[in-house]
Design a protein around this ligand. Structure first.
Ligand code: GLN
Length: 468
């Protein structure tokens, strides 16, 4: 279901009718567990207001009346934001995240908050306190994480658009697993105000859709500088669709040697190469490039991300807005027991690891080294982009994992982040789209772009969508 299908439906009936249908669909697909909560009354009120505007010929934008789903780590005033954690089970946000507020100002209607890995930590969407999310393409396999709920909300056609967040692949991996399109914009494009922080120097809000073009209006409205997030950059709101239609002919696609190597499942590799071959036939130029430092990306990412997480999550202390242990008898016990009861094991693991790499004896050996590696990875990308317009890579090393596998084999989950984390370390934009099929699963292709060059990614993605 894409944006124009929804718009046609609204024209043929009404926004209220379309929103009612969304909630019916959410009910019907309940077993997928894509949503943690829904906000029907609020959405229907907004829908009635849209219909009123439409009647008066005063539509706010192309997104006016379009139902969207929002990952449950973005605050919306008056609505629960749980981060899929027991510690925030009853937390009601006092304000709205800028990204969501901007889309609502354009007329988009939030229908619910989507399921995710607890605090966005994971790649399989199995660590949620509210239960795992199922992949509609293969219910015995994971939908990818951590924004699995948002991906499944789009894949199961409850909504045409959903917001996610991506710290190390959490939009791109679930897009790959569910056959949807997902974009993580350049770091600094989208305000993180109101996004519950996992690792602040890596986190970025992005979106899911079923077609590349549909991401254009989302980015057009959502991006831009925000006085409430001083990591947002002062770039005039770009017209993200400005290159769409230019096509792929003559575009140089860089293929990092280190990505099409050991670690990538053979059949997946063939499926991706077949897709790239089709683009070559359309006039794209395939060129091998090199990202030599990429083999240190996972180590560097997991040191930096956990270090930042251990600091960010220290605010959940049982005192202010979180779960508070009923057993605690004094202040120290309140901290320890509230956090002990409130956080799941994956989150605890990351907090421990983060505190370890930041501790005085190990800071230089791990954290400082990881920051140096991060710089080198960024420079590797800069060099590669001297030779190509975009980079094409796998999004995942293989098919989506069978349910339960990540818990059994934690390392394999961590290693499955190989192709995505480096993009966050370098702050670059990344787009994933379905490019082929294998054993009933969808195979995703990742496009990595130069900083702030989302417009090129969207053009290439759109051209490739027509070929695939
Ligand atoms: N899988 C990665 C992690 O667990 C990325 C998660 C994300 O992008 N939020 O850290």
């Amino acid at each position: 279901m894409n944006l124009s299908d929804v718009k046609k439906k609204i024209e043929a009936s009404s926004t209220v009718a379309v929103v009612e249908e969304v909630f019916k669909k959410i009910e019907e697909t309940h077993d997928l567990n894509a949503y943690i909560s829904t906000c029907k009354d609020r959405a229907l009120k907004a829908a009635a207001a849209t219909d009123e505007r439409h009647r008066n010929g005063k539509s706010l934008s192309v997104l006016d009346g379009i139902p969207i789903a929002v990952k449950d780590n973005m605050c919306i005033e008056g609505i629960k934001t749980t981060c899929a954690s027991r510690i925030l089970e009853n937390f009601v946000s006092p304000y709205t995240a800028t990204a969501v507020a901007k889309l609502e100002a354009a007329g988009a209607i939030v229908v619910g908050k989507t399921n995710m890995d607890e605090f966005a930590m994971g790649s399989s969407n199995e660590t949620s306190y509210f239960g795992k999310v199922l992949n509609p393409l293969a219910k015995d396999r994971v939908p990818g994480g951590s924004s699995g709920g948002s991906a499944v909300a789009v894949a199961s056609e409850t909504v045409a658009l959903a917001l996610g967040s991506d710290t190390g692949g959490s939009i791109r991996q679930p897009a790959a697993c569910t056959g949807t399109v997902g974009i993580k914009p350049t770091y600094g494009r989208v305000s993180r105000y109101g996004l519950v922080a996992y690792a602040s120097s890596l986190d970025q809000i992005g979106a899911f859709s079923s077609s590349v073009k549909d991401l254009v209006p989302v980015l057009d409205f959502m991006c831009g500088q925000d006085a409430r997030d001083n990591t947002t950059v002062a770039r005039s709101a770009a017209n993200f669709g400005k290159h769409i239609g230019e096509g792929i002919k003559g575009k140089v696609i860089g293929l990092p040697r280190e990505y099409y190597a050991e670690g990538l499942d053979k059949k997946c590799r063939e499926a991706i190469e077949a897709a790239l071959g089709k683009l070559e036939k359309e006039g794209a130029i395939l060129k091998e490039v090199s990202l030599p430092s990429i083999r240190y990306a996972i180590e560097s990412y997991y040191i930096i991300a956990t270090a930042e997480a251990s600091s960010n999550l220290s605010r959940f202390d049982g005192i202010r807005y979180t779960h508070r242990s009923k057993e605690a008898k004094n202040l120290m016990e309140t901290y320890a027991m509230s956090r002990g009861e409130g956080f799941g094991s994956e989150v605890k693991l990351r907090i421990l690891l983060g505190n370890y790499v930041l501790s005085s004896g190990f800071y230089d050996a791990y954290y400082v080294q990881a920051q140096k590696v991060r710089r080198i990875i960024t420079e590797d990308f800069d060099k590669a982009f001297l030779e190509c317009d975009v980079i094409a890579s796998p999004a995942m090393p293989g098919l989506p994992q069978p349910l339960g596998k990540c818990e059994e084999d934690h390392l394999s989950m961590v290693l499955s982040d190989l192709y995505t984390v480096s993009v966050n370390l370098a702050g670059l934009p990344g787009l994933v789209q379905p490019c082929n099929k294998l054993d009933g699963c969808s195979i995703g292709l990742q496009w990595i772009g130069k900083s702030f060059d989302e417009a090129t990614l969207l053009n290439i993605g759109d051209a490739a969508e027509q070929v695939f």
